[in-house]
Design a protein around this ligand. Structure first.
Ligand code: G3P
Length: 217
């Protein structure tokens, strides 16, 4: 499973990049707002830092506007994936933009039928929003499983990009189901390394080591 970081925070991306685990980045208008930065400026910095796809989202509601904005965002760097919403207009924009050879991430997906349409429209990525389905007392992971099955049934190459990931458990479940990509906030990715028994075990080892009076260096 590829790891994308769901943030426009340059320092956080740089920090995770040091481990070589950042396969891409996703942003959205809320994350750009949170960064307090200019969209083109911050997206360019992210693209310079990360080789993989960097999603930048359009704002227009009509296909023509999305295509125009998408082409503008794509000028930022070669690894831009244009993000369009899963609306009828968004699907039309997806068709046009992928037809031009651009990467398109269709976002705000909440049903298997929406995902099926996005694949038919040639989407590079489909972004089902897990956490926001959980918020409605539904199981977001059921959607990932349904999309996985449908895409596998027909050999669609659209990559399932599990989004709105809120916990380490979401990461594990997405990997078990076979999402191609999971995009998560930096804190969730870092938390995957934590386990209380690791901390406890390390503490015991260090206490015993101290008793030996030895040094490695
Ligand atoms: O990847 C989409 C994400 O940014 C939305 O997450 O937590 O606002 O539902 P959330």
């Amino acid at each position: 499973m590829k790891f994308f970081v769901d943030t426009a925070d340059i320092d956080a991306i740089r920090d995770l990049s040091e481990l070589g685990i950042v396969d891409g980045v996703t942003t959205n208008p809320s994350l750009i707002m949170k960064s307090g930065r200019d969209i083109k400026e911050v997206t360019k910095e992210i693209c310079d830092l990360v080789d993989g796809p960097v999603s930048a989202e359009t704002i227009a509601l009509d296909a023509e506007g999305m295509v125009a904005e998408g082409r503008e965002l794509a000028k930022i760097a070669d690894n831009i994936a244009i993000k369009v919403p899963l609306t009828w207009e968004g699907l039309k924009a997806c068709k046009t933009l992928t037809g031009e050879g651009r990467m398109v991430n269709v976002t705000l997906c909440f049903s298997a039928n929406q995902a099926l349409l996005a694949a038919k429209a040639g989407a590079t990525f489909i972004s089902p929003f897990i956490g926001r389905l959980d918020d409605l007392n539904l199981d977001g992971m059921d959607l990932i499983a349904e999309i996985r099955q449908i895409y596998d049934n027909y050999g669609f190459e659209t990559e399932i990009l599990a989004a709105s990931i809120r916990s380490v458990n979401h990461m594990k479940q997405a990997a078990l189901i076979g999402a191609d990509v999971a995009t998560a906030p930096p804190g969730v990715i870092k938390s995957m390394a934590s386990h209380v028994m690791t901390d406890k075990g390390l503490d015991a080892f260090l206490k015993d080591w101290e008793k030996t009076g030895q040094k490695i260096l």
